[in-house]
Ligand binder design. Sequence first.
Ligand SMILES: NC(=O)c1ccc[n+]([C@@H]2O[C@H](COP(=O)([O-])OP(=O)(O)OC[C@H]3O[C@@H](n4cnc5c(N)ncnc54)[C@H](OP(=O)(O)O)[C@@H]3O)[C@@H](O)[C@H]2O)c1
Length: 356
Amino acid sequence: MTKRLKVIQWATGNVGGESLKAVLMHPQLELVGLRVYSSDKNGIDAGQLCGMPDTGIRATTDSQKIIDTEADCVVYMPRHASIDEVCALLSSGKNVISTAFLFYAESLPAEEREKLRKACIQGKSSVHGTGIHPGFVGMVLPLALSGMSRTIEEIHIQEKADWTYYASPRITFDNMRFGYPKEEATLAANAFARFNAGIFEEQIWMLAAALGLELDEVCTEQDLIVTPTAYDVPVGRVEANTVCAQGYQWRGRVGDDHPIAIDALWTLGGEYPAHWDKPREGWTITVEGEPSFRTHFLPAASFRRRDLAIEEHVHASDIATAMQAVNSIPALCLAETGLRGTFELNQTYAGIGFRR
Ligand SMILES: NC(=O)c1ccc[n+]([C@@H]2O[C@H](COP(=O)([O-])OP(=O)(O)OC[C@H]3O[C@@H](n4cnc5c(N)ncnc54)[C@H](OP(=O)(O)O)[C@@H]3O)[C@@H](O)[C@H]2O)c1
């Protein structure tokens, strides 16, 4: 058997908890460290934090202890991401896979890009960001479809999603500002919305770089909808005259053309805005070219079982996000040092697969 890759799990939220379990199950990976934030998780065995047998690896809130631990890769899944933190990990010699940001770090502002690059050179390491979206839907899947095209004219990705059962209410309310007055949720007012817009823009830059398109710019437009009446959702309350739906359009522009486009049509319960497009729930990916392709992508906890609650189907996207990252660890560890986009890694597939 080849030597297993040493892995550190960073954060154990909805995504991180699933990732931790997968690292423990994966035949090519060995858990060597676990970073948590909550003091009540500090010192707890990693196995206990994800419903697995004890491992002997205890969670720690001490970042420095993690930076000082030798490992091949860190799976970085905190709620608030930090470039400085990632640079410290990279320069200590560990590759980093993030679900939080760095989806195509080559497109970041020069100062951040150079900081990351320097850290990679110092640690002979590499960094990559992935997940379900950003990640699989906006980068892996369009690239896979493009493999059957001779030429491409346009790529369009649409996401239609209701955040009602998303189990991270702090991200829904505090970060995305659903349930806030409109003026507090605009791109100008909400730093997280700008950060979030940036990670979707990165996907457009990555597709352009991979497929030979020189873009003039990538721009973001936001359409905030407020509810006239208050209502409750499982994760909280949306008061009257606050934001109940958020539409985003990300466009890669070349002259007057927009050959790469991503739309997000996000609601939080309530009425679906009448003026919005009405694609199917989930993701629709269209590649217009010679020839053209369209696929509809919908994750679910199971297509066979009928006894599952809606929350379990929603949580399937967290598992998918975690697995896209965990399954990319071997490819990243083989990749060239530096900032690595999806097109620069070997194809990702299930490392655990049929094994139990
Ligand atoms: N690319 C994608 O497709 C995709 C999809 C879903 C989520 N995400 C991203 O992946 C990350 C994890 O998502 P999630 O759903 O697991 O979020 P979550 O359930 O809200 O959990 C995030 C974890 O962050 C940790 N945390 C607590 N306080 C923190 C602080 N002050 N700064 C940083 N981290 C803190 C906690 O760790 P402990 O509980 O371990 O103490 C918490 O469990 C987020 O950045 C999210 O935006 C990406």
